[in-house]
Design a protein around this ligand. Structure first.
Ligand SMILES: [Zn+2]
Ligand SMILES: [Zn+2]
Length: 275
C-alpha cells in the first residue's frame, strides 16, 4: 500500500522529452523566473500574467500571490539571473491605477484565459471567409488591435506592435483581392499563419488565441463595444463597469442559462481566499 502511494506521487520524468515544462503553459520555460519564497520556476510571461489575473480577482490589490503549484505566498518574481545579478518584479504592481488599463482591458485579458466555447460558430467565422468579406476593410480594427494587445501584454505603449500587426493584416487583405484564384481555405490558413507569426514575439503563448479572437472580431463586423457585449453575453461573466448603462445588455428573451466559464488557471486556485 505504502509502495503504491509512493509510486503514485513520484514525479514522471522519463516519459516526456521536456522534463521540466513551465507549469502554466506546459511548454519549455522561456526566461527562467522564480517565485521568491518557494522558488518554483515558470516562464516570466506566464507567471507575471498569472499574478495579474489573480490580482484582478481581488477588490483591492494583493501584495502577495500564492504559487499555483504549492500555494506558498510570494512577494515577487525573480528573473534575469545572469550569475551575479537578477531583477525583481513585485506582485503588487497595481494595474487598476493605470489609466490605460480599463475594465474592458481587464475583461479581455480574462477572455484570453477562458474557454471560448462555440463563439466561432455563433459569429459565423466560416461564412466570413466563404463570402470573401475578408477583402473588406474594417475601420475599427486598429483600435481593436490596440486594446487587445494592451490587454494581453499589459503594456500601455504598444503602438509599434499595433502598427506591425495592422500592416500584416492589411497587406494580406490587399493581396487577397489581387489573388482571387487561391481557395478560401488556403487563404484562411495563410492568414492565420501570417498573423500568428507576427504576434508571437509579443504575445507568445496567447498568439493562437489572439488569431482566434481576431477572426471573431473581423467576422462579427461589429464595433468594439458591440463585440464586447456579444462576448459578455456568451461567456456569462459580467463586468459591471462595462455593462453599466447599457440597456441592450438585458437578455431580450429573459434567459440566463449560460454557465459561467471558468478561466483555466483558476482551477489551480480553487481554495483561494474568496470567502
Ligand atoms: Zn510558461
Ligand atoms: Zn511554489
Amino acid at each position: 500500500m505504502a509502495e503504491d502511494e509512493r509510486s503514485r506521487v513520484a514525479p514522471e520524468s522519463s516519459s516526456s522529452p521536456n522534463p521540466n515544462p513551465c507549469p502554466i503553459c506546459l511548454g519549455p520555460i522561456t526566461q527562467d523566473s522564480y517565485l521568491d519564497q518557494c522558488f518554483h520556476k515558470f516562464c516570466f510571461n506566464c507567471i507575471v500574467r498569472w499574478t495579474n489575473i489573480i490580482a484582478s480577482k481581488h477588490s483591492c490589490g494583493p501584495s502577495s500571490v500564492k504559487c499555483p503549484l504549492c500555494k506558498t505566498e510570494n512577494l515577487s518574481i525573480v528573473y534575469g539571473f545572469d550569475g551575479s545579478s537578477f531583477q525583481r518584479h513585485y506582485v503588487n504592481r497595481d494595474l487598476r491605477n493605470s489609466e490605460f488599463f480599463s475594465e474592458a482591458h481587464r475583461y479581455r485579458l480574462k477572455c484570453y484565459y477562458t474557454e471560448p466555447g462555440n463563439l466561432a460558430d455563433k459569429v459565423k467565422v466560416s461564412s466570413y471567409w466563404k463570402s470573401h468579406k475578408y477583402r473588406q476593410q474594417n475601420r475599427w480594427l486598429h483600435d481593436w488591435l490596440r486594446r487587445e494587445i494592451q490587454a494581453v501584454t499589459q503594456e500601455e505603449d504598444v503602438d509599434i506592435i499595433v502598427h506591425h500587426i495592422f500592416g500584416v493584416i492589411d497587406s494580406f487583405r490587399r493581396d487577397a483581392v489581387k489573388h482571387s484564384k487561391i481557395s478560401t481555405e488556403t487563404k484562411q490558413e495563410e492568414f492565420k499563419l501570417l498573423v500568428s507569426q507576427a504576434v508571437r514575439p509579443f504575445l507568445m503563448g496567447r498568439s493562437d488565441r489572439f488569431v482566434y479572437e481576431l477572426e471573431l472580431f473581423l467576422a462579427s463586423g461589429l464595433k468594439i463595444d458591440a463585440f464586447d457585449r456579444v462576448y459578455i453575453k456568451h461567456l456569462g461573466w459580467n463586468i459591471p463597469e462595462i455593462s453599466k448603462g447599457e440597456e441592450e445588455e438585458e437578455e431580450p428573451d429573459g434567459t440566463h442559462e449560460h454557465e459561467p466559464s471558468i478561466p483555466y488557471l483558476y482551477i489551480l486556485d480553487q481554495d483561494s481566499d474568496d470567502n
